[in-house]
Design a protein around this ligand. Structure first.
Ligand code: PMP
Ligand code: GLN
Length: 382
């Protein structure tokens, strides 16, 4: 058996969702909306099922979706992308991440990552025989530690894995931070895998900037998006990678060996979604911002310390002011059982043993009534 997999545990999202189900707890752990995605997109998927185009779609994705991804890159970021050679559709961003890393990495390479980090990154980097170099961002501001980042780069650096907007921190990387990363990539002739699944979920005027739009970065970035987040349809698992045509043949070959393709009706429906007017994308973040504010205000009133969320589905909350004596894992279990509200311990997003242990991640992509009920339960428990 593969020793790395044998040694790793089941993902915290599955563990906490199972615990939530067992205790009939409100699940603010795993990040999925409890409301449906846009009706026209869902209808498009249903229609496409019935039009007898249900066999293997092309390896790189159906032409409509590749064209829509290229057009979205132009509309939102001014990027000129060739849909025929510079887009690959994947089964979710999860596959996209694995395919992008497979496309770039040889055993013995080093990959620079930022902690806290999403839970699939390190296992995939290690399975590919690469060595992770983890740079830690610190709350409450999660600013880029420039000296540490520069020190993490070296002659064996092949890539940086950058997640902005960032899960779980809710941080949106600034133009200045991205420029600094871009400079290092050029100096070390390295690439970037850009996990931008929350690209359209930013708040308070924060704008997502793809690293790929910076000078010199067009040929160095593999940019990943997810229909799950952009259309509140996380079960669909449709992702897309955009990258320079010099990189994409390897991405396509990685995808060919992982899944080869993705359900054609869902691809066609996502093409419909990406063609929606700007008002859809603006409405998505406006609505989510209201949900964020509702939960943040309620948690603050209960005594939690709330860290700012500039983007994503998540609030990081410091529970130490509540006087709970255990760590974050104990706290998240305890509120699941005693208050019937579930959150994710933030230490699950750290590799190092010295992770902070007084933060819980709460997902706010839920109906208002559910957020209110969760707050009422926490109040009654407290
Ligand atoms: N990256 C990040 C940062 C995520 O939070 C998630 C979870 N949704 C993914 C990737 C995976 O996305 P998908 O569901 O499209 O595979
Ligand atoms: N991305 C989701 C989160 O951070 C989880 C997805 C999953 O369960 N694999 O909550």
């Amino acid at each position: 058996l593969n020793a790395l997999l044998s040694a790793s545990g089941t993902t915290v999202f599955t563990v906490m969702s199972a615990l939530a189900a067992q205790h009939q707890s409100i699940n603010l752990g795993q990040g999925f909306p409890d409301y449906e995605g846009p009706a026209d997109v869902v209808q498009a998927a249903a229609d496409a099922l019935l039009d007898h185009r249900n066999q293997y779609p092309p390896l790189a994705g159906v032409p409509e979706l590749r064209a829509a991804v290229a057009e979205a890159n132009r509309r939102f970021y001014g990027l000129e992308i060739d849909p025929a050679t510079e887009v690959v559709v994947t089964s979710g961003a999860t596959e996209a991440l694995a395919a992008a890393l497979m496309a770039l990495i040889n055993p013995g390479d080093e990959v620079v990552l930022f902690e806290p980090l999403y839970d699939t990154y390190l296992p995939v980097v290690r399975l590919l025989g690469a060595t992770p170099r983890v740079v830690r961002l610190s709350p409450p501001k999660w600013e880029l530690p420039r000296a540490e980042l520069a020190a993490a780069f070296g002659p064996r650096t092949k890539a940086v894995l950058l997640n902005t907007p960032m899960n779980p921190a809710g941080k949106v990387f600034t133009a200045a931070e991205l420029s600094y990363i871009a400079e290092l990539l050029q100096r070390h002739d390295a690439y970037a895998v850009c996990d931008e699944v929350y690209e359209h979920l930013t708040f308070d005027g924060w704008k997502h900037i793809p690293l790929m739009t910076l000078p010199g970065m067009r040929e160095r970035c593999l940019r990943i998006g997810s229909a799950g987040k952009t259309f509140s349809l996380t079960g669909w698992k449709v992702g897309y990678i955009t990258g320079d045509k010099s990189l994409m043949p390897n991405v396509a070959k990685a995808h060919q060996n992982l899944t080869f393709t993705t359900a054609p009706n869902l691809q066609r429906a996502v093409a419909v979604g990406l063609s929606k007017p700007d008002s859809y994308f603006e409405g998505l973040s406006t609505e989510l911002q209201a949900r964020r504010d509702r939960l943040a205000t309620g948690l603050a009133a209960l005594g939690f310390g709330i860290l700012p969320t500039q983007g994503s589905y998540f609030i990081t909350a410091d529970f130490s002011p509540l006087g709970f004596s255990g760590d974050d894992v104990a706290f998240c279990r305890h509120i699941t059982e005693a208050a019937k509200v579930t959150a994710i311990p933030v230490s699950a997003f750290y590799d190092g043993a010295d992770a902070p242990r007084h933060y819980a991640r709460f997902a706010f992509c839920k109906n208002e009534a559910v957020l209110d009920e969760a707050l009422a339960r926490l109040k009654a428990w407290k």
